[in-house]
Ligand binder design. Structure first.
Ligand SMILES: Nc1ncnc2c1ncn2[C@@H]1O[C@H](COP(=O)(O)OP(=O)(O)OP(=O)(O)O)[C@@H](O)[C@H]1O
Ligand SMILES: [Mg+2]
Length: 499
């Protein structure tokens, strides 16, 4: 079928991996200058669909039409040549190069036919791209000096320079704060004016409503439907995604909070965090809120023994403890789920059950046979309760979708028997149905006397799950709020250093 109303048509797309039908007869389309959202639970097939469109995966069956013409993409270069570009969740700019060098990415302009590089011409070109994007940064700035949002903007600039027709963004906002997200959204709207179509993948439904014209929803590899954003609502989209109503997003939290279990005294390291004092109480969920660069990530790593400190003492249950490294932390029943799970925690070439039981090897009993059985039982429990989509407990972590990999690592620490849990962005990349499951689990853990110190950049989540919030700005604590004082505006102000 051919149809010129559409910039892109993907017809009856199927993709099979060994043992998994990731996409089943999926129809998808995109109009010129349109922003379309792609929604679906972890493992629904979103990344697979865009990897087919970008030539990373070849399809098992189906057809793709671009501007009315049938195309076959066997490798990424084929899709690139037709103006299809992907911006991944992880930032891919090179920190040591300038904006100009990043945007031209090795394909430099030359003066006439000579070998002399035309720096001035490239500078002017980048300047005009940045102007289009309405950002006022010198093109010769070294990218390492930019904020994460600005780096995203450089990636978008690169796509414009390379004459993208379709820009695919796979969870582009997960590392960004509210203000930075607004900047990126403004730029995405600008792309629309340039005639560029955008496919926007996000687990944050509020973002889908802010930015998209239409929304496509995948469930279990099947396209549930494509709807106009103005004609739908939150509940309908969730129902399309998970096949049922969600219920309450956040637990009620009427758990009795106990005495201090963790006390941080005078923690300092250079300008990164300074004279930090706070306490975490038994059964409490305490959230550290702040922008990237506020020092919150380094602080929790320092508590856990994974980042240096110059000064400061730590008390656990009233006793001074000396934690020099993460192994010491485990001795005191303190566990941490890092936010960058791909680099810091996931053993991609190990199977699901091995990953889940990695932190509490000691409890697995004696004898290889026995432990392998117990391992499997434990893994199964978490596969069920966190709804982890995997063919089996013995599947390699590598072949799971991004969100499902994260659930496995989270399960490891929920399984570890920690009394104090430090969670750094526990729900990044996790779909809304599973988020609710994770909040419920956190609630259950607190009921059993576990205390949670967490970081989250998602304001709604911070307000929804915390008993208390501490805000950091440039290494200092600039605000502390109890549940009855929670207020989004005050939080944002404290996080921006405004009193
Ligand atoms: N390379 C692969 N080998 C085997 N199975 C795969 C591979 N890539 C994806 N899958 C499977 O295909 C299905 C769809 O995965 P996909 O990554 O497309 O999900 P997703 O919608 O992007 O999820 P998420 O929100 O977690 O990123 C999953 O069941 C996943 O395990
Ligand atoms: Mg994905």
């Amino acid at each position: 079928m051919e149809n010129n109303e559409y910039l892109l048509l993907m017809n009856n797309i199927s993709k099979e991996f060994p043992g998994v039908k990731a996409l089943k007869d999926v129809n998808f389309n995109l109009k010129k200058s349109e922003i379309i959202g792609l929604l679906g639970e972890n493992g629904a097939g979103k990344s697979t669909l865009i990897k087919i469109l970008s030539g990373t995966y070849t399809l098992t069956s189906g057809e793709i039409y671009l501007e009315g013409e049938k195309v076959i993409f066997n490798r990424p270069a084929d899709a690139l040549a037709r103006g299809i570009r992907v911006i991944y969740q992880e930032i891919t700019t090179l920190d040591r190069l300038t904006i100009v060098e990043n945007i031209f990415a090795g394909e430099y302009l030359h003066k006439g036919r000579s070998k002399i590089i035309d720096w001035k011409g490239m500078y002017e070109e980048v300047k005009s791209i940045l102007k289009k994007l309405e950002v006022d940064i010198n093109p010769n700035t070294v990218v390492g000096d930019l904020t994460p949002a600005e780096k995203k903007i450089v990636e978008i600039g690169r796509a414009i320079h390379k004459k993208a027709k379709i820009l695919i963004m796979d969870e582009p906002t997960s590392a960004l704060n509210e203000k930075e997200i607004d900047t990126v959204f403004k730029i995405i709207r600008g792309l629309k004016k340039e005639g560029i179509a955008v496919i926007f993948i996000s687990h944050k439904i509020s973002e889908i409503f802010k930015i998209t014209d239409r929304v496509a929803v995948l469930r279990d590899g099947v396209m549930e439907g494509i709807v106009n954003t103005v004609d739908t609502n939150n509940d309908e989209l969730i129902k399309m995604m998970i096949g049922r109503d969600l219920g309450e997003m956040y637990p009620k939290r009427d758990i009795k909070i106990g005495n201090t279990v963790l006390e941080v005294k005078d923690f300092s390291f250079r300008n990164i965090y300074k004279d930090i004092n706070f306490q975490l109480k038994k059964s409490e969920i305490l959230c550290l809120y702040g922008l990237l660069g506020s020092g919150r990530s380094q602080l929790i790593r320092a508590i856990y023994g994974a980042f240096p400190k110059e000064k400061g003492t730590l008390e656990i249950n009233g006793e001074k403890v000396d934690i020099k490294n993460p192994v010491d932390s485990i001795k005191y029943f303190m566990g941490m789920v890092p936010s960058d799970r791909k680099n810091e925690g996931a053993a991609l070439l190990m199977d699901v059950k091995g990953n889940i039981t990695l932190a509490n090897i000691n409890s697995l009993g004696n004898g290889a046979f026995l432990s392998s059985e117990i391992e499997k039982e434990k893994a199964k429990k978490w596969i069920d309760s966190l709804n982890i989509k995997t063919p089996s407990a013995e599947t390699l972590l590598e072949s799971l979708s991004g969100g499902n990999q994260q659930k496995v690592i989270l399960a490891r620490w929920l399984e570890s028997g920690s009394k104090i849990l430090i969670l750094d962005e526990p729900t990044i990349g996790i779909d809304v149905g599973s988020k609710v499951e994770i909040y419920k689990l956190m609630e259950d853990l607190c009921e059993q006397g576990v205390s949670i110190l967490m970081i989250s950049s998602e304001l709604q989540e911070v307000l929804g799950v915390s008993d208390r919030i501490i805000v950091m700005y440039e290494g200092n604590i600039t605000g502390e709020f109890n549940k009855n004082e929670f207020n989004a505006e005050k939080l944002m102000k404290a996080a921006s250093g405004i009193n």
